[in-house]
Design a binder for this molecule. Structure first.
Ligand code: MEV
Length: 328
C-alpha cells in the first residue's frame, strides 16, 4: 500500500484535551532520491526524482488545550527538536491558514539527515499532513508540494521545490521550478520485471545550502544556457527511458548529469570513490544524488541481473552502505 493511501485513513484517537475542532492524528511521508537534474533545477532545468517509500518519517500529533498563545512541543526520535523545526510547525499553520492551536508532535524517521534523501522535505510534508488532518482537511499532492516548499525555505533559503514535490506525490515526477510537478509513466524495463537502483551511502554529511553555494559559480558563469540544455537533454533521456523500458537511455541521462555535477564541484572524493566502485561492480550508471558534498550515490543496476550486481557492489564498497531500491 502506498504511504499516501495509509495516510488517507488517519487514525483518530480519543481527544485528551477535549478540543472540539482538532483531533489527534498520525501522518507519514516518504524519502526521495533525485535521478537527474539536482542543482540544475535551481537554475530552471528539468529534473526527475523518485520517492523512496521504504524510508519514512511518521508523526503523531496531539492537540493540547490552548489558553493564550499556542505552544508547540515536538520530539523526533525521542529527542526535542530545534527551534528551526518548531518554526516549521508555525509556518505550516500560516500557509494552511489554520488558526494555530497548541500541540505535541512525536515522530520517528528512518530517513538519514544530510544525506540527500529528503529528510527536510519529508518533515515539511508530514507536518502539513498532520496539521491539516487534525482539523479534518486532506491536502492534494499539488498543495502539499506547494506548501511544503514554502516550509523548506527554513532549511535552504530558496529551494527549487523538487524535493517536496516528489515527497508529496510519492511518484516519479519530472519537475521544473515554478511549475506543477508532472508524474511520469514508468514501464517495465526490457527483459525484466522492475527497475533496480542502489543507494550507496558515503557516510559523510553535508548541508544543501552550502552545496548550492559551492555549485553556484559553475551554474552562473560561462555558457549557462548550454549547461542547462545538457541537463534538460539528460532529463528527457531518463523520462523516455523509464517510459519505454529502455535502460540504456536512463543510463545515458544519469551519466551525463553525473559528469556535469562533477564539473560543478559537488562530487567529493568519497562520493567519487563510490561512483568508481559502482562502475567496477558493473552498474550501468552511478552519480551523486541530492546536493552532494557528502550523502549518497545513486546507481542504476542492470535490470536483467540486479542481484549479481548488488552482491558485487556490496563486496566492493561494503554491504552496510548499500540499499536496493526498485521501481515501480
Ligand atoms: C537538493 O535535494 C536538491 C537541490 O537541487 C536543491 C533544490 O532543488 O532546491 C540541490
Amino acid at each position: 500500500m502506498r504511504l499516501s493511501e495509509q495516510n488517507a485513513s488517519f487514525e483518530f484517537r480519543p481527544n485528551p484535551a477535549g478540543l472540539q475542532n482538532c483531533q489527534p492524528v498520525s501522518a507519514v511521508a516518504c524519502g526521495k532520491t533525485i535521478i537527474v537534474g539536482e542543482h540544475a533545477v535551481v537554475y530552471g532545468a528539468k529534473a526527475v526524482a523518485m520517492p523512496l517509500t521504504n524510508l519514512a518519517m511518521g508523526v503523531s500529533l496531539t492537540p493540547l488545550p490552548t489558553r493564550q498563545s499556542p505552544v508547540f512541543k515536538a520530539m523526533i526520535g525521542g529527542r526535542n527538536v530545534s527551534d528551526h523545526v518548531l518554526g516549521v510547525i508555525e509556518d505550516a499553520f500560516r500557509v494552511l491558514k489554520i488558526r494555530p492551536f497548541s500541540l505535541e508532535l512525536e515522530g520517528s524517521s528512518t530517513i538519514l539527515v544530510g544525506a540527500g534523501l529528503g529528510s527536510s522535505a519529508s518533515l515539511c510534508v508530514v507536518v502539513l499532513k498532520a496539521i491539516a488532518a487534525s482539523v479534518g482537511r486532506t491536502l492534494a499532492p499539488y498543495e502539499l508540494a506547494k506548501y511544503g516548499n514554502e516550509l523548506e525555505k527554513r532549511f535552504h533559503g530558496n529551494p527549487s521545490g523538487l524535493d517536496t514535490a516528489v515527497v508529496a506525490y510519492e511518484e516519479v515526477v519530472s519537475f521544473i521550478k515554478g511549475e506543477n510537478p508532472v508524474p511520469i509513466k514508468v514501464s517495465q524495463p526490457t527483459g525484466a520485471a522492475k527497475w533496480w537502483f542502489a543507494i550507496i551511502d558515503s557516510c559523510t554529511r553535508s548541508s544543501t545550502i552550502s552545496m548550492i553555494k559551492v555549485a553556484e559559480p559553475w551554474f552562473t558563469n560561462g555558457d549557462i544556457a548550454a549547461k542547462i540544455q545538457k541537463f534538460n537533454i539528460a532529463s528527457e533521456q531518463v523520462i523516455s527511458g523509464l517510459a519505454d523500458g529502455d535502460a540504456n537511455l536512463v543510463k545515458l541521462g544519469m551519466q551525463t548529469s553525473g559528469d556535469l555535477l562533477k564539473q560543478a564541484g559537488v562530487v567529493s572524493q568519497q562520493l567519487q570513490e563510490l561512483i568508481d566502485g559502482a562502475s567496477q561492480a558493473g552498474c550501468l550508471a552511478a552519480k551523486t544524488t541530492g546536493a552532494g558534498g557528502g550523502g549518497c550515490v545513486l546507481a542504476l543496476l542492470d535490470p536483467t541481473h540486479p542481484q549479481e550486481q548488488l552482491a558485487a557492489l556490496k563486496d566492493i564498497v561494503g554491504a552496510s552502505k548499500v540499499t536496493a531500491v526498485t521501481l515501480p
